[in-house]
Design a protein around this ligand. Structure first.
Ligand code: NDP
Length: 330
């Protein structure tokens, strides 16, 4: 047996997690059984939804267990295989992140499609966050050419993909992000306007940026952003509710001032999970692959180095330290 290091949940956080909730421990790797593989992880993803899995509550994914290794998206190379389906040297993505090496049945690892993109993009624009942007915008909100789209956390992984997909499809885009540097990047990505939500009330800034109102809101934040979208929605507006990061550490206690506009404007609002659309991934790979190849969608990562950096990279999502996708490189 050989050893490897993995981050474990040491205790359940209350409010914003801190380093005491995590523990890096050596774990023994069993010798490979029939049909299993050993993968050396190269890239780990940290994602806001992992905060929800740290609570002991029933949700769409089971909670992380105290004392067990954390899980999350990862890309790695097969270094040992006893399966006919995967060979040593194959690059795979899977969900046994937060650790240096992963061992499991080959069916839990997916060989990356041969598209000639850097490996880390399978955790970003060609991975979970890109697919979330694509399906949320085009299938859930049914956004189409000519629509005016508002997206929050627009300088993050999902948000920056939403901005670029919407522009590729001929929409007008208003993005919101925290700070002037992020807003400048959102404009660089093609957004027609960018709102710095830290510089003043979102509702006032959105009314100025979208004097004709909005047709689509892609929500990554909740709270004041969602309220501003209610205030500015045009008739038959569609809201894709992707995430509400503002409340992940606090629980929701927001009072919506403008929610009644749902009635007069006939707003349709729908929550979604990216895996509702897994059967349509070929459409996503075709379109996103094409936009990446043509330069219409660009990828940006904020990269932290080494397994030790993983918890802080995760915590930093809640203070907005990332531009584009937050990743850990091993
Ligand atoms: P991001 O890369 O967008 O990182 C999170 C960003 O959220 C930060 O960079 C920060 O940007 C912003 N943020 C953090 N706290 C606040 C706050 N209190 N108010 C406003 N903004 C805040 O993460 P992802 O792209 O991975 O995820 C974006 C959203 O999408 C999350 O809500 C996530 O849970 C959700 N999601 C949902 C999925 C689904 O299937 N429904 C799948 C994947 C993600 P800034 O500096 O601009 O504040």
């Amino acid at each position: 047996m050989s050893g490897t290091r993995a981050w474990h949940l040491a205790s359940r956080p209350s409010g914003l997690p801190d380093m005491t909730n995590f523990e890096l421990k050596e774990v023994e790797l069993e010798p490979l059984g029939e049909g299993t593989v050993r993968v050396e992880n190269r890239w780990l993803s940290v994602d806001p939804y992992m905060r929800g899995r740290m609570n002991d509550t029933k949700s769409y994914v089971p909670p992380f267990e105290i004392g067990a290794p954390l899980q999350g998206g990862a890309v790695g190379k097969v270094v040992e295989s006893s399966s006919p389906d995967l060979a040593v040297g194959d690059t795979v993505f899977h969900t046994m992140g937060w650790r240096e090496q992963a061992v499991g049945e080959a069916k839990h690892f997916t060989k990356v499609p041969a598209m000639g993109v850097p490996d880390e993009q399978w955790l970003g624009n060609l991975g979970l966050t890109g697919a979330t942007a694509y399906f949320g915008l085009l299938r859930v909100a049914e956004a189409k050419e000519g629509d005016i789209v508002f997206v929050s956390a627009a300088a993050g992984a999902v948000g920056s993909a939403v901005v670029q997909i919407a522009k590729a499809k001929g929409m007008t885009v208003i993005g919101s992000a925290g700070g002037a540097e992020k807003c400048a990047w959102v404009r660089e990505l093609g957004a027609n306007a960018a709102i710095d939500y830290k510089a003043g009330p979102v509702v006032k800034q959105l009314m100025e940026a979208a004097p004709k109102g909005i047709d689509v809101y892609f929500d990554n934040v909740g709270g004041d952003h969602l309220d501003a979208a209610f205030a500015c929605a045009r008739n038959q507006a569609r809201f894709a509710i992707c995430g509400m990061i503002e409340d992940y550490n606090t629980g929701s206690n927001h009072a919506f001032r403008y929610i009644m506009r749902m009635i007069a404007a006939r707003i349709r609002m729908q929550g979604f999970l990216y895996f509702d659309f897994l059967s349509d991934m070929p459409d996503f790979y075709r379109d996103m692959g094409g936009w990446i190849a043509s330069g219409k969608v660009k990828s940006r990562e904020t990269v932290r180095e080494g397994i030790e950096a993983a918890p802080q990279a995760f915590l930093d999502l809640f203070s907005g330290a990332n531009m584009g996708k937050m990743l850990v490189k091993l």
